[in-house]
Design a binder for this molecule. Structure first.
Ligand code: AMP
Length: 511
């Protein structure tokens, strides 16, 4: 099986079962744009909810905002995006196809060329005789290409606007109002979830590199002199994270370094507690979503790879079938953006501290891509074993549907009782799905294929003695239990409080 085909298998299920499909598919697609279908939308929402709960709602000093996606040019002039948010582009002189220069080099030679100058890229392309992957034509010299989508605001034009390439800028430009809302007290964080747009030169790999994608970001503002006084750091101090240091990258590495966040800060592997806090939070979140801990790590980016505003970036990279991919970006943005916007608008962004000191806060930014996390979960939960069908082993927290209710037959009142149970489960807050068509085995297979953790079957015993059968997706084991215990049993199973085997007092059904 070639690695590329593994992604194709997942895409095939996504298309067929309503997870994701290309935008404007019937017109041939639009390159880098995707629509979430019915199941994809449910799962995407769960990913967002998990982030919102642990990164925002569980914190007392973090609030979420929702800003406009279109911003006037002045914002991006000040932030540096107009001048520096660029990728190196090469074009085939024969068929006019365009490519990102560092990607074409990586594909041809495996060399990482991100962040190299145009001259250096040209030299590598010429030294390795790299030609157009489509037609073998000669490639042009490399030039910079700005990734922002430009438009004009208003019927008469005149004011240029850009779709935001990251959600962050809305927060920086509203800083004055936000800091008032937060009663001028550091540290505090402002979160935002929403769409960002980048006119990627060659979007590819499904949701991994799109032109429109969603980010869940926090701008965490703190006093730089107190960068190792994060108020909740002690809560994550013992959590182990996987780190790939710059030194390891220079020497070559096989395995990331496993280290507690506390040791990572003490040994200066991670620059400060604010950044380390988020690396711990992300580690816990991905694991809860079914991404194994040994399949991702935080790589300290080299200076020339980091964005123009960065004083240290740690990318969360996952080991995917298409190679190592950045799934989450973590940046120390210093006071760069606030200083730039203050200067451009003649504003004062200083905050007076209790001791009288005035500071322009520094910023730590965890930037989580919804689409990349969504795809990583799909890939890491995809199972092909000897069942005769593929299935997703989604943990209930990300499963698009949580329980399926099936009447064994449509007749004799079984369908009515099953529908009643389905409605009760929905009323109790479960994402329940009702299906009465086809053989029961086929229905289990269809439920497995979209990762429904539990199926509940209503049969003739249900009518006689008010019992139902629960089937566990992962083990395919079945247990019969009284209908009145169903809701509680499901709750315990989904929260991980009970194991399927723990329901011993109930009758085990041999398959
Ligand atoms: P960056 O600002 O480039 O570090 O991006 C932050 C995060 O946004 C990345 O880690 C991705 O999860 C996501 N992201 C960036 N660019 C894209 C893209 N073209 N398609 C999908 N997700 C993206």
């Amino acid at each position: 099986m070639s690695e590329e085909r593994f992604m194709d298998k997942i895409i095939e299920v996504c298309l067929r079962r309503g997870f994701v499909n290309p935008t404007a598919e019937i017109y041939g697609g639009a390159g880098g744009f995707y629509d979430y279908g019915p199941l994809g939308t449910l799962m995407r929402q769960k990913i967002i909810d998990l982030w919102r709960q642990s990164f925002v709602l569980d914190e007392d000093n973090i609030f979420e905002v929702a800003g406009s996606v279109l911003l006037p040019e002045a914002v991006f002039k000040a932030s540096g995006h107009l001048d520096s948010f660029e990728d190196p582009l090469v074009q085939c002189e024969q068929c006019n196809s365009m490519f990102k220069a560092d990607t074409i080099i990586k594909d041809a030679t495996s060399q990482i060329a991100e962040g190299l100058s145009l001259d250096e890229l040209d030299k590598i392309i010429s030294k390795n005789n790299i030609s157009c992957p489509n037609c073998k034509g000669t490639l042009s010299k490399t030039r910079e290409f700005n990734l922002m989508f430009k438009t004009e605001i208003g019927p008469t034009g005149g004011i240029n606007g850009y779709l935001r390439p990251e959600t962050a800028q809305n927060i920086f430009i509203n800083f004055k109002r936000l800091v008032n809302f937060m009663r001028n007290k550091l540290p505090f964080g402002i979160a935002q979830m929403g769409s960002s747009f980048r006119n990627e030169i060659s979007p590819r790999n499904f949701l991994i590199r799109g032109r429109e994608f969603e980010q869940m970001e926090i701008e965490m503002f703190y006093d730089h002199d107190k960068e190792n006084e994060h108020p909740r750091f002690h809560e994550v101090a013992d959590i182990e994270i996987n780190v790939v240091t710059r030194e390891m990258q220079e020497k070559g590495w096989d395995e990331p370094l496993k280290v507690t966040t506390e040791a990572a800060v003490e040994e200066k592997l991670i620059p400060n507690q604010y950044l380390a806090y988020y690396l711990a939070m992300e580690t816990e979140m991905l694991q809860a979503m079914g991404v194994p801990e040994d399949s991702f790590w935080f790589r300290h980016m080299q200076d020339n790879e980091a964005p123009h505003y960065s004083a240290g970036n740690f990318d969360l990279e996952a080991d995917l079938s298409i190679g190592h991919m950045e799934i989450i970006g973590n940046a120390l943005r210093t006071d760069y953006d606030l200083q730039k916007h203050a200067k451009a608008t003649n504003s004062n962004f200083e905050i007076a501290m209790p001791d009288g000191k005035k500071v322009v806060p520094h910023v730590c930014e965890p930037s989580l891509g919804v689409g990349r996390i969504f795809y990583t979960v799909l890939e890491k939960c995809f199972r092909e074993d000897n069942r005769g069908w593929t299935w997703f082993q989604f943990p209930p927290v990300v499963a698009p549907l949580e329980v399926a209710v099936f009447p064994l037959m449509k007749k004799d009142g079984l369908a009515e009782l099953a529908q009643e149970i389905h409605q009760e489960l929905k009323d109790a807050g479960y994402l329940s799905f009702y299906d009465e068509s086809g053989k029961i085995g086929k229905r289990y297979a269809r439920a497995d294929e979209i990762g429904i953790p539990y199926c509940v079957t209503v049969d003739y015993d249900s009518l006689k003695e008010y019992s139902v059968t629960i089937r566990d997706r992962d083990t395919m084991k079945q247990i019969k239990l009284p209908l009145e215990d169903l809701e509680i049993a499901l709750g315990e199973l989904m929260d991980g409080e009970a194991d399927f085997d723990e329901f011993k007092e109930f009758e085990q059904i041999e398959k």
